[in-house]
Ligand binder design. Structure first.
Ligand code: GDP
Ligand code: ZN
Length: 552
């Protein structure tokens, strides 16, 4: 049985505390009107006929038990069932700033109201059938949204959302279950089950579930955002890039340096996704390599990041120090042992504005040694490996086995090969390279995206945005019209529903007795019911509503 709403009348300040010019106290419950009558004295020229009409505004004074005036207030009545909670709701709008609201709330409590628990208004709205559980969860998401895209998605979830879609699927399952059970009970009298139709129905419900599950990524991105760590040796322009990227000179919003970890954080929004930048800036000059490179700080930042952005100097190219940093974070290239980077990796070649002109570059390229830093998947390197028998692994003494020298004598369809010395337009396309290539293989698999930027001219920042979003697998959320998405709790239940249906179709295929099918069908129905809240336990409700703030 579903938990039912408690009978008592609750009260809370529903606006942000000590901010704003207006604060609102909300009373909800069967005695809201009587309690309001104890704290509210109508004023002005309008006669106040107690009790109030629904959906009207009354002006007056809030008083305490001794009739002392506490504040001038507006009373708004929303009587059952036309209120947020479906119960009688009275709101008292008083002056903001905290004190007035606290005093009026106190008066309400002395008049018999109980302080509301976190999310209790919304819980009542759910228990009284005004919202399904997914809508209630989206109310919370709406309040907590950090970007317009997140708010759009939450609003879509409050309005029609996943609940409606899942309810429909659940009804379809219930229908199928009824047909199956009818055959269990009255086997002889019933026509044979149309297997083809049953299978089709199950498959189409499964597709619906899969569709809903596909929104989970968007949901996670919008709700949790992305943690992006910026690492790199000193002076490559990490801080400048961070500043340029956040498009403000005061990019560093939260300075947590010193005490716990020497990582600075900044917030920005990339394509609708809230991004927290973790900068390993402020690395001191030191003769100690480990300290100079801020290895430990970088490791800490990298370990908690979804995406690690390694910045190098486009003008200088890849250096031994870069290799050192690389090893300290990514381990030995393909070998992920000792790797502190948990997420995805993007390489930024900054100071692009200092890179030589086209002409100067071509001289570098037609010279002998071309440093190739990264090669996109299915491009040059594979081709090189396939085309060249001469490819040989010759680890260089300095940096270990992560560099390969290859002598290539044939024309190569080399696609985007990133030549750091060359910078932006360094895709060496269809070149006849009979020169020696030095390939830091370490970068080959590590950096899924390579972007050239200039913190000074702000060039390449859009590419950086695009690179981050591509890595994160983010749909284009900035485009607007973001639709609902399923949260973790809903996904988890949807996955169980999907598994149940999977077993149903297996049982059908294997011609197992109908009892088997009904068991799995029931578990799918149960899981779908958990999503919408049609089947829900106290524990699930506690879990959902404890995340709310008081007054929501
Ligand atoms: P960090 O130590 O990696 O954080 O590097 P900083 O952001 O402190 O930059 C080091 C120096 O490089 C500063 O003098 C910056 O002005 C300069 N710098 C950073 N980015 C660029 C860039 O894109 N172009 C140019 N020309 N200079 C840059
Ligand atoms: Zn810096």
């Amino acid at each position: 049985a579903l938990p039912t709403a408690e009978e008592d009348t609750i009260a809370a300040i529903v606006t942000g505390i000590s901010q704003g010019s207006v604060a609102i106290i909300r009373l909800s419950g069967s005695e809201a009107v009587q309690m309001a009558a104890r704290v509210f004295r109508p004023g002005g020229k309008f006669k106040f006929n107690w009790g109030p009409e629904s959906h009207r505004v009354y002006y007056g004074t809030a008083v305490d038990g001794e009739e002392n005036a506490l504040d001038e207030v507006l009373l708004i009545s929303m009587l059952s069932p036309r209120s947020y909670t479906c119960e009688d709701v009275i709101e008292l709008h008083c002056h903001g700033g905290g004190v007035c609201a606290q005093r009026v709330l106190q008066a309400c409590i002395e008049a018999g109201a109980r302080p509301a628990r976190p999310g209790e208004f919304t819980l009542r709205a759910f228990l009284n059938g005004r919202l399904d559980l997914t809508q209630a969860e989206n109310v919370l998401q709406l309040v907590q949204a950090r970007t317009p895209a997140a708010a759009d998605s939450a609003l879509a979830g409050v309005r029609d959302g996943v609940g409606e879609a899942v309810s429909t699927m659940r009804l379809q399952c219930l229908q199928l279950l009824a047909e199956l059970e009818a055959r269990l009970d009255f086997d002889e009298d019933m026509p044979d089950m149309d297997m083809q139709r049953l299978k089709q129905s199950v498959a189409s419900i499964q597709q619906g579930i899969e569709g809903a599950l596909r929104t989970a990524r968007q949901s996670t991105l919008l709700r949790q955002g992305l943690q992006v760590a910026i690492v790199g040796r000193p002076n490559v322009g990490k801080s400048s890039l961070l500043n340029a990227w956040t498009r403000t000179n005061r990019a560093i919003v939260t300075d947590i340096a010193g005490t716990t970890r020497d990582v600075l954080e900044a917030g920005l929004v990339v394509g609708g996704v809230p991004v927290t930048l973790l900068d390993t800036a402020g690395i001191r000059d030191s003769s100690d390599v480990v300290e100079r490179l801020g290895v430990e700080r970088s490791q800490a930042a990298a370990a908690q990041a979804d995406i690690v952005v390694m910045v190098i100097d486009a003008q200088v190219g890849w250096t031994q120090e870069d290799t050192d940093i690389f090893h300290s974070l990514w381990g030995n290239g393909a070998n992920t042992k000792g790797c502190s980077v948990k997420g995805l990796s993007l390489l930024v070649a900054n100071k692009q504005d200092l890179v030589k002109t086209e002409e100067e570059k071509s001289q570098v390229i037609s010279g002998h040694s071309v440093e190739i830093l990264g090669i996109r998947e299915s491009s040059g390197l594979n081709e090189i490996e396939r085309h060249s028998d001469a490819l040989s692994h010759q680890g260089t003494a300095a940096s270990g086995a992560d560099e390969v020298s290859a002598s290539i004598g044939s024309p190569l369809p080399v696609q985007p090969v990133y030549n750091i010395a060359g910078g932006k337009n360094s895709k060496l396309e269809h070149m006849n390279m009979s020169s020696q290539l030095r390939l830091p293989l370490i970068c080959r698999e590590t950096f899924q995206e390579v972007v050239f930027t200039s913190a000074t001219t702000r060039q390449g920042l859009e590419e950086l945005d695009a690179g981050i979003l591509a890595l994160a697998g983010a749909p284009d959320l900035a485009a607007g019209g973001v639709s609902w998405s399923v949260n973790e709790r809903q996904s988890e239940a949807l996955v169980r529903a999907h598994e149940g249906l999977m077993r149903v179709s297996e049982s059908v295929s294997q011609n197992l007795p109908i009892d088997f099918w009904t068991i799995d069908m029931r578990s799918a129905i149960m899981a779908l019911g958990e999503v919408t809240g049609d089947e829900v336990t106290e524990q699930i409700l506690d879990n959902v509503f404890s995340r709310f703030c008081i007054g929501k």
